[in-house]
Design a protein around this ligand. Sequence first.
Ligand code: PGA
Length: 249
Amino acid sequence: MARKKIVAGNWKMNMTPAQAKDLIETLKPLCGANTDKDVVFCVPFIDIPLAVEAVKGTNIKIGAQNLYFEEKGAYTGEIAPAMIKEAGCDYVIIGHSERRAYFGETNEIVNKKVLKAYEHDLVPIICVGETLEQREQGITEELVRLQTKIALKDVDAAKAEKAVIAYEPIWAIGTGKTATNEQAQEVCGWIRNVLAQVYGQETADKIRVQYGGSVNAGNAADLFAMPDIDGGLVGGASLKADFAAIVNA
Ligand code: PGA
């Protein structure tokens, strides 16, 4: 069955509110009317309100890059799911490798955050992927299967079919070293396979699996043409006009 492709920009810790406004004004006319893909800007928390306002009337949706897994309370510096939902987010990135590496996010924490996202009707973009060392050791398949399974623990099929899984090999993130189409397809295929084991093929065929890691205007079209790759999660190239070329790829 045909899955609608989804291209999401992960702005990471870039763009002050003024810069965010400018970037959205640049990108809007270039990709705001694209309806054959879902287009998402995952912006810093402080930019969410202005981004939601700026994309009104376009096809672009706004996402956050993280949330905390409690409702509210004494968690200084964290952000509640209800806050980003009320601010107008539809998506949230969960378990990005930078959060796993620098902020100690484990598979179990990722799962708690995924469950919270669903409680608040936010679509989780769940990131999985291996380091170069793990790839060289030959454990990519086991690792990615485990990351995917644990992230979706206690998520029923009706919810899981809305999820987006982003396969991001860590060695390809921000390095300019993209996985080959075949490498990316192979792992995205394993992810679909584990989803089919857990939820059945019909549900697995509905779940979008993105590739991320040095996606750019030159490689996007070929990557997105692979059978199990349903779009991309884009870092560096999402901060410039190139992003529109990726969306329109
Ligand atoms: P990159 O980042 O496109 O800059 O490699 C991708 C990501 O980390 O989501």
